[in-house]
Design a protein. Structure first.
Length: 399
């Protein structure tokens, strides 16, 4: 029994994801677990479909077990996203391989880039580049270029490569007895936000089609069962969009005191002042983003910050290790992984958020935040749903 873990958002699950899982099977993987983002994503936006629907789409198309990535990590930058996801994978205690997609799937070079992040000369150069007002990502790329050369630095220009490097960096920090071997798989199809290639399109491109209700075009980039799930979800009013709750978001933000804004994750270097002033002036989310973003603060970071302020995200939870392993779904092979985890997992495992909440004080913080964020998520769906669904909705179990 060879078990691999994939870290994903599946926002939404598409043909490229199915292809990746199939390639893993070809390389001798018997069981595939996925650590999946919940109802909010790293872009600082709600997932287009609720997590249970995305979990089911994945289980019907190659995945065996879906574990939830807590929202505090899912809504963080690449470093903390990778930290939470890799810690979750290692806590299973039975994973053999961490598999990830990359634009450049040469594992040795990606590992060199990961090692570069810890190099003392790179850290010194990074501080120098940051003082020029560059984004963290650009400053780090230039720092690595100074020390390790253009080829290794070039790996840090592409989004999937960046996450791959962060996963490798975090894997080296797992306890040796829980450490997982890395496996890089070349990303198939169009680049991030790029033009579709054959039956493959990026998730962002597919989200645009779904937002425009161009299902006829979207269908060619989706597995048939996923397409049917998504169409039904759309008819049931379960598609989410931050703009749908624009007034609610702005209302909550206007009620935030400046002192509260300083306590948000990743709120430093004076960005809280820009955030506060922009909130006082903005009449739309776009105006708010435009009032905050600069060369130093890119749109992705600004969106995360705004959504974190709306959700009341605590400042330090994403710096703590996960407190539990929450099951979002499983099939027959997934149940076999869960059976092994009864003796190997180092954290409580359950599909019940209520049960997990009772396991520790830290678990209570994670669970209550997850529930609050889900309550807000279902104000952003086409049809509004009541509070408490995170405690009432069960996991998706397939035969």
């Amino acid at each position: 029994m060879r078990t691999a873990v994939v870290i994903a958002e599946y926002n939404p699950f598409h043909n490229g994801h199915r292809w990746q899982l199939a390639k893993m099977r070809e390389q001798g993987i018997d069981h595939i677990a996925v650590v999946m983002s919940p109802n909010f994503t790293q872009r600082g936006t709600p997932a287009v479909f609720p997590k249970q629907i995305r979990a089911k789409a994945a289980l019907e198309n190659g995945a065996d077990l879906i574990l939830e990535l807590p929202v505090c990590y899912a809504m963080a930058g690449a470093q903390r996203f990778a930290y939470g996801a890799v810690q979750t994978a290692c806590a299973m205690g039975c994973a053999d391989v961490l598999c990830f997609g990359a634009e450049d799937a040469q594992l040795e070079e990606l590992q060199q880039a990961a090692a570069a992040l810890d190099d003392v000369n790179v850290k010194t150069a990074l501080q120098q580049e940051l003082r020029k007002g560059l984004t963290f990502a650009k400053a780090r790329e230039l720092a690595v270029k100074q020390v390790f050369g253009e080829r290794i630095a070039g790996l840090l220009q592409k989004p999937n490569n960046i996450l791959a490097v962060e996963y490798l960096y975090q894997l080296q920090r797992c306890d040796r007895e829980k450490r997982i071997a890395p496996m890089a798989v070349a990303r198939m199809g169009s680049a991030h936000d790029g033009t579709p290639v054959g039956e493959f399109a990026s998730a962002s491109y597919i989200r645009q089609l779904i937002a425009a209700q161009d299902w006829q075009t979207a269908k060619q980039y989706l597995p048939q069962s996923a397409y049917e799930l998504y169409r039904q979800a759309q008819m049931d009013g379960q598609t989410a969009d931050l703009l749908r709750g624009e007034r609610a978001v702005l209302s909550v933000l206007r009620s935030r005191r400046k002192e509260e804004l300083t306590q948000l994750p990743d709120c430093s270097e004076g960005i809280e002042n820009r955030l506060y002033q922009a909130i006082r002036q903005a009449r739309s989310l776009q105006e708010l983003y435009d009032g905050i973003k600069t060369k130093r603060y890119p749109l992705s970071r600004v969106r995360r910050l705004v959504t974190a302020a709306f959700l009341g995200m605590p400042s330090d939870l994403h710096e703590q290790p996960p407190a539990y392993l929450r099951i979002l779904g499983a099939n027959g092979k997934g149940r076999e992984i869960l059976s092994r985890m009864k003796t190997t997992a180092v954290l409580p495992v359950s599909a019940s958020l209520a049960r997990l909440e009772q396991t520790s004080a830290a678990a209570q913080k994670f669970a209550q935040l997850e529930s609050r964020c889900t309550d807000q998520y279902f104000l952003l769906t086409e049809k509004m749903f009541p509070c408490g669904l995170d405690y009432r909705q069960g996991a998706v179990f397939l035969p």
